[in-house]
Design a protein around this ligand. Structure first.
Ligand SMILES: Nc1ncnc2c1ncn2[C@@H]1O[C@H](COP(=O)(O)OP(=O)(O)OP(=O)(O)O)[C@@H](O)[C@H]1O
Ligand SMILES: [Mg+2]
Length: 221
């Protein structure tokens, strides 16, 4: 079993050196892990394999019980729809308002307009962006953009939530609020995988820690 399974996975960019080595990883449904590691260790690279933006250069990756290393490219979007991602650099659409950025996954899922309106507005209020609903990302602060990115990732209650340094630009109170949101999501069944440099997070929220060092993955004792 395992929602996610990596066996002996390696990744290199182009003809460069390998940046992930011999990664074995199993994420069970409903689990919650932190991924710690210094800058350049490979955290974002590992996440890019998890949200199917890249394929490994060796080894096997399966997600939702499908071998995605062999799966045809056109089968990936359907799997991606089950995954929410908070990118390290947000990846918001600059020409869309906060509302429309967050509404996107619900529209793709075919949710009705009235429910989209209610859910998106409620969540944006909840993350403290009630006054930014109709604002586009280029007119927002880094922390505001980060909150839009988190809202977009969680709005559809994905099966798997991947977050890359999701609280990096937030003040302590807002970081705490979003961490509570992640806890709640996990309680409702979402599998979480959160990459961070912030070693205080696993101290405050008791979830198992995986550590990346120079492309090698280890579980904390
Ligand atoms: N698109 C890319 N092309 C070539 N090399 C890359 C690319 N992205 C990352 N790398 C290299 O892969 C290694 C791991 O980078 P990665 O971004 O995964 O680290 P990280 O742990 O997320 O770091 P940070 O904490 O600074 O975000 C680094 O040596 C980096 O230079
Ligand atoms: Mg990174």
């Amino acid at each position: 079993m395992g929602l996610v399974r990596f066996e002996n996975v390696g990744l290199r960019y182009g003809s460069g050196p390998e940046v992930l080595h011999d990664i074995d990883l199993v994420l069970d449904p409903g689990s919650y892990h932190f991924l710690l590691g210094p800058s350049g260790a490979g955290k974002s690279s590992l996440l890019s394999l998890l949200y199917l933006a890249r394929r490994p250069t060796r080894g096997m990756v399966s997600m939702f019980e499908r071998d995605v290393t062999a799966a045809p490219r056109q089968s990936l979007p359907e799997l991606r729809r089950r995954i929410g991602v908070v990118f390290q650099d947000y990846h918001l659409l600059d020409h869309l308002t906060a509302f429309d950025n967050v509404a996107l996954p619900l529209r793709v899922a075919g949710v009705g307009a009235q429910r989209i309106r209610n859910d998106v507005r409620e969540l944006l209020h909840w993350v403290g962006l009630g006054d930014k609903i109709d604002v586009e990302p280029p007119f927002m602060s880094g922390g505001e953009k980060q909150r839009v990115a988190v809202a977009r990732a969680v709005i559809g209650q994905p099966d798997l939530l991947l977050a890359d340094e999701p609280t990096g630009n937030l003040d302590e109170a807002m970081a705490e609020r979003l961490m509570r949101l992640f806890e709640e999501l996990n309680r409702m069944g979402t599998t979480l995988f959160i990459a961070t440099h912030d070693t205080s997070l696993p101290r405050r929220f008791a979830h198992p820690v995986l550590r990346l060092d120079n492309g090698h993955l280890m579980a904390d004792a």
